[in-house]
Design a binder for this molecule. Sequence first.
Ligand SMILES: NC(=O)c1ccc[n+]([C@@H]2O[C@H](COP(=O)([O-])OP(=O)(O)OC[C@H]3O[C@@H](n4cnc5c(N)ncnc54)[C@H](O)[C@@H]3O)[C@@H](O)[C@H]2O)c1
Ligand SMILES: [Zn+2]
Length: 369
Amino acid sequence: MPAAAAAYDVVVEPGALLRLPALLADAAPAHHYALIADSTVAPLWGEKLRAQLEGAGLRVSLHTFPAGEGSKTRDVWAALTDELLARGIGRDGAVLALGGGVTGDLAGFVAATYLRGIPLVQLPTSLLAMVDSSVGGKTGIDVPAGKNLVGAFHPPRLVVADTETLGTLPEAELRAGLAEAVKHGAIADRSYLEWIEGAAPRLLAGDAEALAAVVRRSVEIKGEVVAADPFEGGVRAALNFGHTVGHAVEALTHYQTPHGYAVAIGMVAEARLGEAVGVTEDGTAERLLAALRALALPTAIPGGIAPEEIVVAARRDKKARRAVTRYALLERIGRVARTAGGEWTFPVEEERAVAALEEATSRAPRGIS
Ligand SMILES: NC(=O)c1ccc[n+]([C@@H]2O[C@H](COP(=O)([O-])OP(=O)(O)OC[C@H]3O[C@@H](n4cnc5c(N)ncnc54)[C@H](O)[C@@H]3O)[C@@H](O)[C@H]2O)c1
Ligand SMILES: [Zn+2]
């Protein structure tokens, strides 16, 4: 991302982790690095990285937790912070979050709260984390009342996306990351969305150059939005496009629907909602649907979930205020809509939302759910 758009560097390059000791010396010098990774990423990349950092003379401890959204909890946060305390890591320590978005959010929240906050370095290894969650400074955990409801803004000192780590990422996870990239195109850059659609076969085959191009462009878009509105008072709400319905789908499927898939479903539903309330240009939902289908992403609300359930779940979403739920909507592909009063989210009465989602459910072709 351009230096002016962020207070921290985002390094996107194959093999970048090999340069980590030098990068850390510049951006986050520390006496002790707590390297946090999940149970899948630790054996694939974490142990190697620890050995490499130790070889460079750095003091590192590796802390792991079970992979999956189910670990983004107070319990796992508590276990990790207790481990860091037991190691005697002080305010001159730093957290290295190596992994997907779950690790970034969870380890980020550990860093945000440990001794009232110590430096954080994001080392994303999933495509979703590279294109989205590692940039922007949001950290947090899920609680019984909903996703990401407890957390903190704690921007990293540095983000290092080593695209070589994508070599071990399952294709299903690549697709989940591409959903967020489509979102970036949908809110800010139509030609990017079209490029992703055209490059779908290469991207799904794991073509390193194509994937690096996606990470770079997405980081640029997200970085610009976040730099303009770091604490989500305005334009940053645009990044929540697809997420009001998406979070509801995640919760209603007990987090069995991966975040990226839920966002794909949510974008189509919210585009239809936007069309129904006259905010979004007609045909936008169909256009999105085509792009997402090219990436073999699900586009329909899973069978068995009623529109009323989505709307009620969305009410508990942290972006909701009162019983009228607010949605970030598109004006058209490549541009987010604003209300006449200049706001970035639109209040939609629940009855109206249910009617629009019903329409969406009946019109949407069956997705891969
Ligand atoms: N903070 C933010 O701004 C923000 C933005 C978007 C999403 N998120 C959060 O991100 C999370 C989703 O992120 P995710 O999809 O990366 O989930 P994840 O961290 O669970 O990673 C997905 C799976 O891929 C595995 N994995 C990661 N890297 C791998 C690699 N290189 N090789 C093999 N396996 C690998 C993980 O172990 C996990 O099983 C959600 O909790 C979501 O709320 C946060
Ligand atoms: Zn997301």
